[in-house]
Design a binder for this molecule. Sequence first.
Ligand SMILES: Cc1cc2nc3c(=O)[nH]c(=O)nc-3n(C[C@H](O)[C@H](O)[C@H](O)COP(=O)(O)OP(=O)(O)OC[C@H]3O[C@@H](n4cnc5c(N)ncnc54)[C@H](O)[C@@H]3O)c2cc1C
Length: 386
Amino acid sequence: MPETVDFYRIDDLLTEEERLVRSTVSRFVDERFLPIVTDHYERGSFPMEVVPELARLGVFGMHLQGYGAAGLSNVMYGLACQELERGDSGLRSFVSVQGSLCMFPIHRYGSEEQKQRWLPFMARGEVIGCFGLTEPEFGSNPAGMATRARRDGGDWVINGTKRWITNGNIAHLAIVWARTEDGIRGFLVETGTKGFEAREIHHKLSMRASVTSELILDDVRVPARNELPGAQGLKGPLSCLNEARYGIVWGVLGAAIACYRSALEYAKARVQFDRPIAGYQLTQEKLVNMLTEITKGQLLAVQLGRLKDQGKATATQISMAKLNNVREALQVAREARTILGANGISLEYPVMRHMNNLETVLTYEGTSEIHTLAVGEEITGLSAFK
Ligand SMILES: Cc1cc2nc3c(=O)[nH]c(=O)nc-3n(C[C@H](O)[C@H](O)[C@H](O)COP(=O)(O)OP(=O)(O)OC[C@H]3O[C@@H](n4cnc5c(N)ncnc54)[C@H](O)[C@@H]3O)c2cc1C
């Protein structure tokens, strides 16, 4: 099977090195991850055994420079995300949280001491991070957060609850965003600290091969040096989300490609009314729509990646691409599900697993409504958030 779906010779826009990064991650996903994902999805667990392999591939903080990170381009990082999410959105989420939501803020806003202390270990997967922004009462509007940090001598004391936190129960280090007298600040909280508790959220019907948790901080005391010195206000966490959203723009293409391929193969093999269902016009329309949306999404992702590598990508460009590519990937998954008929609801095929995962991806890192409002504000100059 060709390495990727490429109807428009988009590979011609990539360098040999970029294609090599994709092949390397692709091989890992095919050989090491796909054979185990369904079992983990069914059990509701993340395959921790792949963490050292992911570290060897260099995907943790892949687009960051120095401190043990691979220092590759944004396009390469995007291609890696595409392949990881072709495996499962839970796998890409693990890598996004580690690199974009945890290593990035330390790299961008941390002190030299914080960078030296954490980043090389995180790049090697020896320290796992989580990112605590969302709260039970504040999701789309994190500016309202109730978590508080107050100074007490040479320490900060943090109180609050964070919810829906990826990797919460398996993390060694939590980046916790809290309100202080001087506005919102980020804190590095070792998860073994007294007063810190992570409770796993069960009964999820989406992102089952990913750990999601509630974090409870009850008088958690951290030294002043654990504050991220460069992060002032909500701009800090929002800039991290921008990084992770960029990975999603590519990642969901991988999920869509998995669904498209599965549906195409199935449609050619499945015979009803004495003909393969791929020969019926209604099925072909579905397949053509899927491929068309994948192709448009790929072009958007490549151009966004190039802009990001040139330092020119804006937050609203990332919003538009996240909005489009997630929405279309979900539509591809839903159409693919119909082509598989009853088999479409089975875990033996990847389609419904991806479809369910994409329901989370539609919501996290900014819902589709919030990204629509962000682009709407940019083009009209009028905010419709309130
Ligand atoms: C599996 C999973 C993993 C996650 N991982 C993390 C993580 O690691 N770290 C983290 O901090 N968070 C994480 N999240 C949380 C995620 O970012 C939030 O769920 C998301 O920001 C939306 O917040 P909410 O669920 O509170 O929905 P709400 O903000 O309550 O929104 C509910 C609905 O109202 C709509 N809405 C809200 N405001 C407006 C408006 N002004 N105009 C129109 N519509 C509006 C929304 O678009 C949505 O449709 C995760 C979520 C999931 C499901």
